[in-house]
Design a protein around this ligand. Structure first.
Ligand SMILES: [Zn+2]
Length: 259
C-alpha cells in the first residue's frame, strides 16, 4: 500500500507525493510549485524517485525546474503530445510504469479533454487525474474538446468503484453548488455538501474522494440518466439526444451561468 502526502499549493492546488509504506521514497505528481515539495522532502527525509505530469498547465509543471535543480537526475514522465520542458519519459497512454522503491505500478490513461494531451496515472486503487475529473465536477475544456472529455470520463467511470480519486484542485464545495442545479432533490448530494463543509471548516482537504461517491453525486458522470437530461434541457433550453450531448450542454451551462 502506498502512503500519500497532500501538499497544498497556491490558493487551491494539490500536489501529491506517492510514498512507500515507510515514507522513504516518493514520486511527485504535478508539482506546480517546487518550494513546498522540497521542504517536505527535506523535513521528512524522503528521496524522490520521479515526477509524474498530467498536463502542461503552469500550476502543474511550474515546479519541475526547481526540483531538478536539487535532484538533476530525476526522471520526469509526462504527456508526449504536450510541450513541457524537462520531460525525460514521454507517455501517450496505455504504458505501464513501475517504481520499485515504492512498490507501485501505474497504468497510464489517455484522458484528453481539459487539454488535448492530458494523461492520468492509475495504480494501487488510486487515480491521479489532474484536471480531468474533480470532486463533484470536472475540468473545463481548454484545448481539448467536449467530446474528448466526455469519452475520458467514461474511461474513469469504468474503473473499480472503490478507486480513490486524487484530483489537483480543492473545488468540491463550489462544484456541489452547481451539482445542486442539476439534481436539486438529491439527498446524497446534500449529505456530501454537509461533509465537505465540515472538512473545509476543519481546514482539511475534501480530496481524495471515492469513485462510488462521484458516480452517485457528480453530475458530469451522470449524463446518461433521464432526470439529469431533463434538468439540463430545462437549464439550457436545448433538446438533447444522448449522454455526450447532455455532457456538452451541462459543461457549457456551468461555464456560462455558474462560474
Ligand atoms: Zn489544467
Amino acid at each position: 500500500m502506498s502512503h500519500i502526502i497532500t501538499v497544498p499549493a497556491f490558493s487551491d492546488n494539490y500536489i501529491w507525493l506517492i510514498c512507500d509504506e515507510k515514507v522513504e521514497n516518493a514520486v511527485i505528481v504535478d508539482p506546480g510549485d517546487a518550494t513546498p515539495v522540497l521542504s517536505i522532502l527535506n523535513e521528512q527525509d524522503i528521496t524522490p524517485e520521479g515526477i509524474l505530469i498530467t498536463h502542461f498547465h503552469h500550476d502543474h509543471v511550474g515546479g519541475i525546474a526547481g526540483i531538478l535543480q536539487k535532484y538533476p537526475d530525476l526522471p520526469v514522465y509526462g504527456p508526449v503530445n504536450e510541450s513541457i520542458p524537462h520531460i525525460t519519459h514521454p507517455l501517450s497512454g496505455s504504458e505501464q510504469l513501475h517504481f520499485e522503491d515504492i512498490n507501485i505500478r501505474f497504468e497510464v490513461l489517455n484522458v484528453p479533454g481539459h487539454t488535448a494531451g492530458h494523461i492520468a496515472y492509475y495504480g494501487d486503487g488510486k487515480l491521479f487525474c489532474g484536471d480531468t475529473l474533480f470532486a463533484a465536477g470536472c475540468g473545463r475544456v481548454f484545448n481539448g474538446t467536449l467530446e474528448e472529455l466526455h469519452n475520458s470520463l467514461q474511461k474513469v467511470k469504468a474503473l473499480p468503484a472503490d478507486t480513490l480519486i486524487y484530483c489537483a484542485h480543492e473545488y468540491t464545495l463550489d462544484n456541489i453548488g452547481f451539482a445542486k442545479w442539476v439534481e436539486p432533490d438529491s439527498g446524497s448530494l446534500l449529505a456530501r455538501e454537509e461533509q465537505a463543509m465540515a472538512l473545509i471548516d476543519a481546514n482539511k482537504p475534501t480530496v481524495p474522494s471515492l469513485l462510488s461517491l462521484e458516480l452517485e453525486t457528480n453530475p458530469f458522470l451522470r449524463t446518461d440518466l433521464p432526470h439529469v437530461k431533463e434538468q439540463v434541457e430545462k437549464g439550457t433550453g436545448k433538446k438533447l439526444q444522448n449522454s455526450a450531448e447532455v455532457f456538452a450542454a451541462m459543461r457549457t451551462w456551468k461555464d456560462r451561468d455558474y462560474d
